[in-house]
Design a protein around this ligand. Structure first.
Ligand code: ZN
Length: 150
């Protein structure tokens, strides 16, 4: 009886984090100017979705800074271009840029930053991407958002 209760308790402990993990993703970036994943799955059933960006390198943010920026595939180039002009003080994002759906701040080695957005703003049939808006990074540091059912 005790053992059964213990098993149920342990299962319960694991069930909650696993469920929550569906509505969150971790993306790592490094000193070699790379993201560790090329795709992030976003379940449409999530009320909110949180992306945590971790910079696993050592270089400072003004040398090898990274951020995580979510836009439509069509808006990526324009957002990136305007972001470079906006400079590091603005996290390489044009202030008030409505094309940006979500973005973290620019971080350096050893740092982490999170951003939360509502998957309900993403429309089926539209291509969404994420990229790093640090100058010169987006051509290599980018990936796709896949909207999933469930
Ligand atoms: Zn970067």
């Amino acid at each position: 009886m005790f053992l059964r209760t213990l098993v149920l308790l342990v299962l319960g402990l694991f069930a909650a984090p696993l469920w929550a993990a569906n509505c969150a993703a971790t993306v790592e970036a490094n000193d070699a100017m790379q993201f560790n994943v090329a795709n992030v799955n976003v379940p449409q059933s999530c009320k909110t979705f949180t992306v945590t960006l971790k910079h696993t390198g050592k270089l400072p943010r003004n040398v090898m800074g990274h951020d995580w920026v979510l836009t439509t595939a069509a808006d990526k180039a324009g957002v990136d271009e305007d972001g470079i002009k906006a400079g590091l003080d603005n996290n390489y994002i044009k202030p008030g840029d409505t094309r940006v759906i979500a973005h973290t701040k620019v971080i350096g080695g050893g740092e982490a930053a999170s951003v939360t957005f509502k998957p309900s703003v993403l429309k089926a049939g539209t291509d969404y991407v994420y990229f790093c808006s640090f100058p010169g990074h987006s051509a290599v540091m980018n990936g796709k958002i896949t909207l999933t059912k469930g």
